[in-house]
Design a protein around this ligand. Structure first.
Ligand code: FES
Length: 572
């Protein structure tokens, strides 16, 4: 009766004060699910399973789950899926970021609490992959990330459509009065037409590529479309690889090293990837005690070319990226700059992977060579200065370069509600040369750092043909958006950062060349304004539940918006 080997169902026993009884009871209850004793003696691959009626991007997960299970069973282990919360980007209020840490806690604790020897993480939509990587990094059980893959594109007349860069493009066109209400309503049903994640290099696709760059996903799997048969084969292979990870244990802490994080940052820059990914990668790395100072991002950005021609920065979609060669092609172009000795979930180093892929074809219209890049420098830069002492982010690859060296008059919106109330007021005093400033949309604000940094161009200007302006906030921006948009200003307004002190009429100076964003107001005035600031934050004593935990614990954007208590103890 005694089972001395702590594997499979014998791991992490429920404590009844009698170990043999605990395993007896567990096997007895597991038998009620119809498993034979032989199956129950196998090692176990847990599968973190995240379908949800509120998550269109994970619609195909039941079919993917079957393929993962097939791979696990064929390799001699027992697959057992377990649910965690799922975050469908457009279904969460006030914003999905607020619940990323909750999902990471759920993932970590269910990996720890349940008897499994390795885990396959099934995620896809924006916050799910970072949440799963954060949880798996903290649990540090052998783990492999399987992403859901991107949606296919659709058609509208002669136009190709893909969520959600085209959603934003058409909405801006509608606001500018260039398309009718009938047309925008017709488009609504054509923008997202298959299972899978957004069809461009938005946050979900960027995080899928980062998971592969870190070595946490199987080679070549990041960009396979959700509905392609290769996606099912990738799921099956992930199940097989998870069993191999039991026989040859490699933990996330051996894969997500500082060198691997540097590779992931290079990939983020070469993709012209989502600004959200810098927050997520900082949070994932932070779980293993690896810090990502924004100065590191800038150093790498000056030395990493943009290689891919994908929306929202370029012309193509994720399915084109997959057929053009995908992540393997990008990694091979970056090879001289990458740390090749890093370990991956296959048990091979990145260098061994790339050596085996050298002769694969690449479509250069989608993935450029390093000697003829899309852009000589990386897609993201961090800005510092009196307005953002701890940094801010600009996606320069998606911005209008004519606005990069500019001084402007601030037009301030004190909150999202203020923005909504006044943005289209015909009497709003604003020109295209002004800098729009949004306050109180950072991580500790009531809005929870939504993707509101893509402030709409006021209708009175968009109807005159204005398509971009400098916009500054402590909010985030969707990975599918574009514009000269300064985000993640840190410290945020809600903790009395300098952003809280900006008033309409102030001058702000942006210099992308110097990596600076400065508020040109003298210190005496700022001191007086700071003294006049009222209570900015909710008193946590008036909150309860997750809102209270979040308000008390969320860190600023430069620390990944994680909860402080989730980072390693010796970090605190
Ligand atoms: Fe899920 Fe865009 S809404 S990835």
């Amino acid at each position: 009766m005694s089972d001395t080997k702590p594997v499979g169902l014998g791991k992490g026993l429920t404590n009844y004060g009698d170990r043999d009884f605990s395993i007896y009871l567990r096997r007895s209850f597991a038998s009620s699910m119809g498993y034979s004793r032989e199956m129950l003696e196998k090692k176990i691959v847990g599968i973190a399973y995240t379908p949800s009626g509120f998550n269109n991007c994970h619609r195909h997960f039941p079919e993917l789950l079957e393929a993962v299970k097939r791979g696990v069973l064929a390799s001699g282990a027992l697959p057992l899926e377990f649910p965690t919360i799922s975050l469908g980007e457009v279904f969460q209020s006030p914003t999905s970021l607020k619940f990323r840490n909750l999902m990471s806690i759920d993932t970590e604790e269910m990996i720890r609490a349940q008897p499994m020897d390795a885990v396959v993480l099934m995620g896809g939509c924006d916050k799910t992959v970072p949440a799963q990587l954060m949880g798996a990094a903290s649990a540090d059980l052998p783990a492999i990330q399987l992403v859901g893959g991107p949606m296919m594109t659709s058609r509208y007349g002669e136009e190709r459509l893909g969520a959600c860069t085209d959603c934003r493009r058409y909405w801006a066109s509608y606001r500018a009065g260039n398309i009718s209400t009938e047309e925008i309503n017709d488009l609504e049903g054509r923008l997202a037409t298959t299972a899978g994640t957004c069809a461009v290099m938005g946050t979900a696709s960027t995080m899928a590529c980062i998971a592969e760059a870190l070595g946490m996903s199987l080679p070549g799997t990041a960009a396979i479309p959700a509905v392609h048969a290769d996606r099912l084969r990738a799921a099956e292979a992930s199940g097989v690889a998870a069993v191999r990870l039991i026989e040859n244990p490699i933990k996330p802490s051996q894969i997500i090293t500082r060198d691997a994080v540097e590779n992931a940052l290079r990939v983020l820059l070469a993709l012209g990837g989502s600004t959200n990914a810098i927050i997520h990668l900082t949070a994932v790395a932070g779980r293993l005690g690896i810090k990502i100072p924004l100065t590191w991002l800038n150093q790498l950005s000056d030395d990493t070319p943009v290689l891919v021609n994908l929306k929202p920065v370029g012309n193509h979609y994720m399915e084109d990226f997959f057929f053009a060669g995908g992540m393997g092609a990008v990694l091979r172009e970056l090879k001289p700059k990458l740390n090749l000795d890093v370990m991956t979930v296959t048990g091979d180093t990145l260098g061994a992977r790339l050596a085996a892929e050298e002769s694969l074809p690449v479509d250069r219209s989608v993935i450029a060579s390093a000697d003829k890049p899309q852009d000589a420098v990386g897609g993201l830069v961090a800005l510092f200065g009196s307005l953002a002492p701890q940094g801010a982010i600009l996606k320069r690859s998606a911005a209008d370069q004519t606005l990069f060296e500019k001084e402007g008059r601030a037009v301030v919106f004190s909150s999202l509600e203020d923005l909504a109330a006044r943005i289209d007021d015909p009497g709003l005093d604003i020109t295209e040369d002004d800098f729009m400033v949004l306050q109180n949309a950072g991580p500790k604000s009531q809005s929870g750092m939504p993707e509101a940094g893509y402030l709409p161009i006021p209708k009175k200007l968009s109807r005159r043909g204005v398509t971009d302006m400098v916009r500054i906030s402590d909010a985030r921006m969707s990975g599918t958006a574009f514009g000269t948009i300064v985000l993640h200003v840190t410290p945020e307004a809600a903790v009395a950062g300098p952003l809280a002190l900006v008033r309409t009429g102030d001058r702000i100076k942006l210099s992308v060349k110097d990596r600076r964003i400065d508020l040109l107001v003298d210190e005496a005035q700022l001191t007086a304004r700071r003294a006049a600031l009222g209570q900015l934050l909710d008193n946590p004593a008036t909150l309860r539940g997750y809102n209270k935990l979040y308000a008390e614990e969320v860190l600023q954007a430069d620390e990944g918006c994680d909860f402080g208590f989730l980072q390693p103890v010796d970090n605190n």
